[in-house]
Design a protein around this ligand. Structure first.
Ligand code: M6R
Length: 366
């Protein structure tokens, strides 16, 4: 059932091109100009009335939500808050009657997320679910659901669920922009074309596996690692860091690159691995200057950047590249090497990759 792969996690990492394709299928018009979300089927008035969005989720799904915030705000200019479900449910969030609550849950059964959904419904709010499991509690109780077509995810560490959640959020952002005629609406056809190209590019990213494996083996005995990035790269850094902690048990932290010098730089010493994400063109110089800072403390830097970036080799020790797409869509590709890094580090340390200690696939208790 592992299809020849040593672990479910590796199989699921390699299933991502298909999972992305399946999540896009039927949701883009034939002429490539419009998003079709039959499961929403909102009128322009319904879409137009939404004045704020609360995205609520846990763990990796929360990280997908962080990407969603940037994407939705950019295309629609609707203010978006992203909240951890276990925090959201115990506070008194400020909502308007036209607040849309978006819950994201691979399993659709995470208790904190489900409770946040129920409380939002009690407040009379519309709830949109993004889940991978048809018939799950979250699916049944939400007003609308976008199903991610990742297929069953068995490994505790979430991989293809994340990439397809992010895809669903791009589709939703484009859908809202078109219906509302927002600032981002004219960009939608270009984004849709780029989205359709992602499965093929994801295949190419998977070819970085041997290089990542080499790095993971050489650094598997380290006890700390840092992930840095700005903007969307920061959101992906958080996911890379969680993945590494979860299955390799290496202590990892993700930092908004510009925040390092406000404390964490004290931990950067000789040989400490720093994984730097540099895919956001408008922030390129800024992140490179942060790489220079950690290099000055003799950190060992693995940079993740676009193919063709020769400049970065002047500062980073090692470079992993992803093929060009819109910087806006980079998270879908950039996360893959980070998943592979966590995977190979876990294997190198002899851990139980698919069933990391102390963790359950679906957290249905508080
Ligand atoms: O099923 P859910 O998406 O609601 O699960 C949320 C988290 O428990 C989950 O993403 C967790 O963080 C993963 N094990 C991370 O790989």
């Amino acid at each position: 059932e592992k299809g020849g792969y040593e672990h479910f996690m590796l199989k699921e990492i390699y299933e991502q091109p298909k999972a992305i394709r399946d999540t896009l299928t039927g949701r883009i018009s034939e002429d490539g100009q419009r998003v079709i979300l039959k499961e929403l089927d909102w009128t322009p008035e319904q879409a137009g009335s939404i004045d704020r969005i609360h995205i609520v989720a846990c763990g990796t799904s929360w990280h997908a939500g962080l990407v969603g915030k940037t994407v939705i705000e950019k295309l629609t200019r609707i203010p978006v808050d992203v909240e951890i479900a276990s925090e959201y449910r115990y506070r008194d969030p400020i909502v308007t009657e036209n607040t849309l609550v978006v819950v994201i849950s691979q399993s659709g059964e995470t208790l904190d997320t489900l409770t946040a959904l129920r409380e939002s419904k009690q407040r009379g709010l519309r709830v949109l679910a993004i889940t991978n499991v048809l018939g799950s509690s979250v699916n049944r109780e939400a007003d609308n659901t976008i199903i991610t077509m990742a297929g069953p995810e068995i490994a505790v560490a979430s991989t293809k669920a994340y990439t397809t959640q992010v895809i669903a959020l791009y589709l939703f952002a484009c859908y809202m922009a078109q219906l509302r005629g927002s600032v981002g609406a004219p960009q939608v056809p270009e984004i849709l074309t780029a989205l359709k190209g992602l499965p093929e590019l994801a295949e190419k990213v998977l070819q970085t596996a041997p290089a990542i494996e080499g790095f993971a083996r050489r650094y598997a005995d380290k006890e700390d690692a840092f992930f840095i990035g700005r903007g969307l790269d920061y959101a992906v850094s958080l996911e890379g860091s969680l993945k590494l902690k979860e299955i390799s048990y290496i202590h990892a932290e993700a930092y908004a690159a510009g925040e390092l010098k406000h404390g964490t730089l004290a931990l950067i010493t000789e040989g400490v691995p720093v994984i730097a994400l540099v895919t956001q063109d408008d922030l390129y110089e800024k992140t490179v200057s942060n790489i220079v800072e950690v290099k000055a403390r003799d950190a060992y830097v693995l940079a993740l950047t676009w193919q063709g970036d020769t400049n970065i080799r002047k500062t980073a020790d090692e470079v992993i590249t992803i093929p060009r797409t819109l910087p806006f869509l980079a998270p879908v590709l950039a996360v893959i090497p980070l998943q592979l890094l966590a995977y190979y580090a876990s294997v190198a340390r002899g851990n139980d990759v698919d069933k990391p200690r102390n963790l359950a696939k679906s957290v249905t208790v508080e």
